[in-house]
Design a protein around this ligand. Structure first.
Ligand SMILES: Nc1nc2c(ncn2[C@@H]2O[C@H](COP(=O)(O)OP(=O)(O)OP(=O)(O)O)[C@@H](O)[C@H]2O)c(=O)[nH]1
Ligand SMILES: [Mg+2]
Length: 460
């Protein structure tokens, strides 16, 4: 996909077109080449939705509750996005999409977008794609984004890192004490909802939750609250929605929202980094090349040593990827010759090239001739003084290639980066060169024995 079509897709996403939202989320899930560009393009349009996480044990009624909330939100005119992460009962066969009679009106409603996603590619928690999908829905202008995750493993803790408001769903009859005691679960929830209140034992769960909240004093403002619902009978849902809305307002006032948003950004960055490192690790420690293992067996290195080496390599790769020296059109190859007339004769009459300019530089003990070669040139250099740089070069090594010059856009920035990379410079700062240029040389010891010259053309 070209840049243009990422832009087209963004336009359609902004208009809330369901096809575009589905396509965009798939691109992100499948890590298509343009996914990165798309996420970059989406970012400025995010932050406007109220992201609500809904977690809890399998079968506790999260999808049924979500379904009820969506309908009520739509009645009010709010637009809604729903992401169901790894549902044990898929939405296609579950409460939301399966029940066509109940969902009839929602299925054709453009104000709602529903999507199931897997957790693949993540280490037990929410995949990077979930952050991306939230961005897509936010950019589409959804007022509220509901993210349903099954409360098992890491994902229930992760949901607290992506949502502004977190709803934890409990049910009677699942071993009430175990649910509440489960470490951290009451700490991540802003609302501890006892669903299936139509079943016996709901009051018992409520009181267990209350005492567990009393035991662990709340760490944030607004404090977590307990409420009951029967999603099946559509009871308590409007009250819960009211509280969720109120929570957003109070959280914005208390600063909790800022804390959550910071946490979300941090988690997203960490997920991207972890993905990168794990990809590089797979590449380096591939089965095709087990040089590292031979070294390990030979006792030459330790796993820690290999890890450190690979880490350094990653840093270098990232560094090289990030820094591209802005090279401008002209490059030249400097050739030291004993006699410039003879050399020009060979290049011009022998090879059919033409000399563009000749210069005498008595102060540098040099005679110079430039022979253009397309974008590049050959610079013939004849020493007029045996003590000049070129004179000493010829005396020591004989005539031949003396240096390679690259024209850069910003020589100071280039030198800065070269220093940071730890390469040795002959000129720490740029000095005036011939014909209105600023130049600097890199030490050949670091550049494979080639003397490298950077040239910046100064305007005017
Ligand atoms: N009695 C009763 N049953 C309910 C209630 N809410 C949901 N259920 C039923 O519980 C079962 C599971 O509901 P879901 O909404 O699919 O539960 P879930 O938490 O989304 O399940 P997973 O996504 O698989 O984790 C369904 O048979 C629902 O009809 C409720 O308030 N009362
Ligand atoms: Mg579900």
């Amino acid at each position: 996909m070209t840049q243009r079509t990422v832009e087209d897709l963004l336009v359609d996403i902004r208009e809330g077109k369901a096809g575009a939202l589905a396509r965009a989320i798939s691109m992100i899930e499948d890590e298509e080449t343009d996914a990165g560009d798309l996420l970059e393009a989406l970012h400025p349009h995010t932050g406007g939705s109220h992201v609500v996480g809904i977690t809890g044990p399998p079968g506790s009624g999260k999808s049924t509750l979500t379904d009820r909330m969506v309908k009520r939100l739509r009645t009010r005119g709010d637009t809604v996005g729903v992401i169901a992460v790894d549902p044990t009962s898929p939405f296609s066969g579950g409460a939301l999409l399966g029940d066509r009679t109940r969902m009839g009106d929602l299925a054709t409603d453009r104000g709602v977008f529903i999507r199931s996603m897997g957790t693949r590619g993540s280490l037990g928690g929410l995949s990077r794609a979930v952050y991306g999908a939230i961005k897509v829905l936010e950019a589409s202008g959804k007022d509220i984004v509901l993210v349903e995750t099954v409360g098992v493993g890491q994902s229930e803790v992760d949901i607290a890192r992506v949502a502004d408001t977190v709803v934890v769903v409990f049910v009677p009859g699942l071993g009430d004490d175990v649910q509440a005691i489960k470490a951290g679960i009451t700490e991540i929830g802003d609302f501890l909802v006892v669903n299936k209140s139509d079943l016996p034992g709901a009051a018992r769960v409520e009181s267990v939750l209350e005492s567990s909240l009393n035991l662990a004093p709340p760490r944030h403002d607004p404090e977590p609250r307990i409420t009951t619902t029967s999603a099946e009978r559509d009871e308590g849902v409007e009250g819960l929605l009211e509280m969720i809305r109120e929570h957003r307002r109070l959280a914005a006032e208390s600063g909790l929202l800022t804390v959550r948003r910071r946490m979300r950004a941090r988690a997203e960055i960490a997920a991207i980094l972890a993905r990168r490192v794990s990809r590089s690790t797979e590449r380096w420690l591939s089965d095709d090349d087990d040089e590292w293992y031979k070294n390990l067996c030979a006792g030459d290195v330790t796993p820690g040593g290999i890890a450190e080496m690979l880490w350094q390599q990653l840093l270098r790769e990232e560094y090289e990827g990030e820094y591209t020296m802005k090279i401008k059109g002209k490059h030249h190859l400097g050739i030291a010759v004993e006699n410039i007339e003879e050399a020009m004769n060979i290049y011009c009459h022998g090879l059919g090239l033409e000399v563009a300019e000749r210069e005498e530089l008595p102060e540098r003990g040099l005679r110079v001739a430039m022979i253009p070669l397309g974008e590049s040139s050959i610079e013939l250099l004849e020493p007029t003084d045996p003590e000049s740089t070129i004179g000493r070069f010829i005396e020591k090594r004989g005539p031949g290639i003396h240096h390679l010059a690259i024209e850069v856009e910003d020589i100071d920035a280039s030198l800065e980066r070269i220093k940071e990379a730890g390469l040795r410079l002959i000129d720490e700062v740029a000095r005036p060169g011939v014909g209105g240029t600023r130049v600097a040389f890199l030490h050949p010891k670091d550049t494979g024995g080639v003397l490298l010259e950077l040239v910046e053309r100064v305007e005017g």
